[in-house]
Structure formats: structure tokens, C-alpha cells
Ligand binder design. Sequence first.
Ligand code: AMP
Ligand code: GLY
Length: 414
Amino acid sequence: MKVLVIGSGGREHAIVDALSRSPQVEKIYAAPGNAGMATQAECVAIRETEIEALAAFAKEQQIGLTVVGPEVSLAAGVVDCFTEQGLRIFGPTKAAARIESSKEFAKELMAKYAVPTAGFKAFTDFEEAWAYVSARPFPAVLKYDGLAAGKGVVIALTAEEAEEALKDMLLDTKFGAGKVVVEDFLTGPEFSFMCFVSGEKVWPMQLAQDHKRAYEGDKGPNTGGMGAYSPLAFVTEEDEQYALEHVLKPVAAAMVKEGCPFRGVLYGGLMKTPDGVKVIEFNARFGDPETEVVLPRLKSDIVDIFCAVADGTDTELEWHDFATLGIVMASKGYPGDYAKGVEIGGLDKVEGTVYHMGTKAVDGRVLTNGGRVLFVVGKGATVAEAREQALRDVKAIECDNLFYRADIGHYVLD
Ligand code: AMP
Ligand code: GLY
């Protein structure tokens, strides 16, 4: 089978890597792909949002399966477009992807089906939002409703911060006209529970934990994620079972009842609060960088899973026992401004796996080409061993303009 992967980051590199382990795969294309995948996949110069061009390519090349990485493609309707043309694709429709693209849709669905999450209220008017927020305890959790690339959530510690954020979101419409969801503030460690979902069928993946803050000790600004590891010792089997039975399965069933059955990866961003596991957010796709530590642990043939989800048939998942831990190497300045085009050396010296997140190949040299540049994954019998390998590999990579967090996994290790 010929397979097409849509996307250009570390997540898509990990998907390409998993596909390349399948004996069923004859050829992999990646659109637009990146320098790291180029050894396993042929990169095609079509952007993630060029839906018609992607469908035309899939038809022309007789692609048997297309796998969607990023949310922008889902929000642009890539799955609807492919499905209408009879092309097999792994991912949710635009209507089902609202579980990620609309905070209000997700919160109302959870309220209707009694899925445990923070209490909330939605606003479009600044004065009303401000009256509500200023009369409640701080911190205040303010979420801009819509895709804001991880930058739409503000945890305001003071009234001044909250007022400023609400002004940005509702008066200055910095992100475009929209709504704000105000939530109760929850506490506890967060973890990511991704499941393959096809209608009411739910196949859980291994758990992972992301590290969203830029600097060690979970300090600094929020980012797309600075590192991840799997499995998670702090989430008990009981917690996991609870999340599956009270969150992921009911949500899959609810999406069917609401007339927008979900097919793809349903990602539960969960928190282990003193009152039990609760939902912080849903994503309608593989997490990045969680995918880069979870898929290497998958023993089953991923093509069987993708096809079962897309076709609504059955499958089974098997996992390796080893642990994985991955460290992001990001451009200095990220998540703010950063330089691009800085040469990277030492990639041939690493023992583990390196997924490229934002690189570019120019005349045989690999250059930085994004905020998050590389994802270095270590493997071991334990998370501690996996971290040792990842740290050794990070140190083998030579580049003047990259930084990383040496404390990934600190919640269980330090
Ligand atoms: P989200 O984009 O919804 O995942 O929010 C980004 C981050 O904000 C989460 O990973 C949490 O760390 C934090 N956060 C979101 N909602 C809440 C909440 N209700 N209580 C406490 N922290 C939250
Ligand atoms: N790692 C968080 C996300 O993929 O949204």
C-alpha cells in the first residue's frame, strides 16, 4: 500500500517512522514533510491546508491510506474532502474536530454527558465576562474559543492580568472575533491519554506526559511542549480505567449520538485532581510531542490500526514494555522570536532516535527551520534509563542556537 502523511513536524516524523515498520507499506509520501523524514518518505511540496491539491495527489498516486497530523488540516476539512471523493483517510471530519477547535462545543458536550471537567461559563461580551471574573476567586482560567496554537489560554493570577487578557480576547479581538470560556481553576499533575476512536469503538494508547513550559522547573512561557515520556508511574491502573470508562468512551459515544461520529485520535488532556481525574481539554489528533514517545512503544502494525479506524472494522493493540523519554531541542528565543538557518551537526552520533520538528536540508546540510527543531528520544527499561540515553544524545548534537530542558520526567524522577 502507498501511504500519505500530512504534516511537517516531529509528530508526523514519528508517524512516518511507525509506518515504515509495517510490512504492508510499499511507499510513504509526506506533504510537505521535513528533512528528517526524507530518508523514509518522499516529501511532496503541498502544504497542510491545500486540501484539493492533497486529494488530487492521493488520487493520482493511488494512495491507499492518508494519515492527517495537524489540526489545521482537519479544520480546513481535509477528511470531509477526501471522504467525498472516496479516498481512505485517518482523521475526524470537520464537525467531529470541533471537540478541539471549539472549547464551547467541548465543554457543552461534557456538561450534557456528565464527563468530569472544570465548571465553566462562556462569554462574548467584555463587560459581562469582566463582571463574572472579577467577582470570583483567582487564579482565573480564561480560554479563547478557537484554534490559537496553544496561546489562547491565560491563567490570570490577579484581577489586572485577567482584565487585560479579557480585553485582548474580547475587545481587541487579537485572535479574531470570538468567545471566551471562563473555567474553575483545577490543580494536580496533567497527563495525556490518546485513544484510537472509530465511532463507539475506543482503543487506548499508552499514557504520556508533556512539559509545556519553556524552562526547567516548569518555569517560563507556555510552548507547544518541551519534552515527554511514557509510561507514567503516577497514574494508577484505576485512574486509567476511570478515564477510559468516564471520559474517553462516553465522549466517543456522545459524538455518535450528536451526529458527528469521531474517527481518528481522540486526545484527552487530563488532570489528576484531588477529586479524581478531570478533563482539561480535548484534541482531535495525535499530540505533539506525546506521539514521538508513544508510537515507538507500539508493537502492533500501525497500518492495521489506521485502516480499522477508517473502515470501522476491528483490531487489537500490543505494546512494548520499554520506557521512552524525549527532549525537545528548540531555537534560542522560542516561544518568542528566534533565528532560522543555523547548521546542525552530530546527528550521526546519536544512539537513540531523533525526530525532526523544524529542520530544512540545504545542499546536504541540516539547518534549523522552526521554534522546536529536534526531538531526541531515549529508550530504556525504565524512564530513568530512557532519560540518560536522551541526555547523552542531546549532548552529542552540535548547534549553537539550540536549548533544551534537562529535567524532562522530573515529576517521577527528581
Ligand atoms: P489547554 O489549552 O486547555 O490545554 O490549557 C493549557 C494549559 O492551561 C493546560 O495544560 C493547563 O496547564 C492549564 N489549564 C487549562 N485549564 C485549566 C483549569 N481549568 N485549571 C487549571 N489549569 C488549567
Ligand atoms: N502536546 C500538546 C498538544 O499536542 O496539543
